[in-house]
Ligand binder design. Sequence first.
Ligand code: IDP
Ligand code: MG
Length: 141
Amino acid sequence: MERTLSIIKPDAVSKAVIGKIIDWFERKGIRIVAMKMVRMSKEQAEAFYAVHKDKPFYDSLTDFMSSGPVVVMVLEGENVIQKNREIMGATNPKDAAPGTIRKEFATDVEKNAVHGSDSPETAKQEIAFFFSEYELLSSTK
Ligand code: IDP
Ligand code: MG
């Protein structure tokens, strides 16, 4: 069993598609083991996306991610890190395959509806960024 961090970004929260995105995960057999709605400060968004600090889109991305509430979730399942990335689709919705969350709900390459960890190391770090060990619950008991 693997865990990954998923974020429903401010654009998707604002479009009122939280339920639809969660349904997307649950229909694919992915379980939610932690979930909350938060509003990141600019500083928190900068810390979360520190890996991108030298990218030209860093300032705009962290403005966007702190522009409104997000839903942060820990997803659990077999191979869920890669599975979530497949369900999300490509970063740019123009390149995202039909049937992916980003194809369906993203606005553009920045406002692309969802975040998903990209490796076991980043998943561990990103989960710890938002949740304590005590907030990770079994969804089947
Ligand atoms: P990912 O979310 O698919 O893993 P990353 O390359 O890690 O994509 O980029 C993190 C986030 O930064 C993206 O989800 C998107 O919101 C934003 N981003 C990535 N590339 C661009 C770009 O070229 N212009 C504007 N924003 C971008
Ligand atoms: Mg990434």
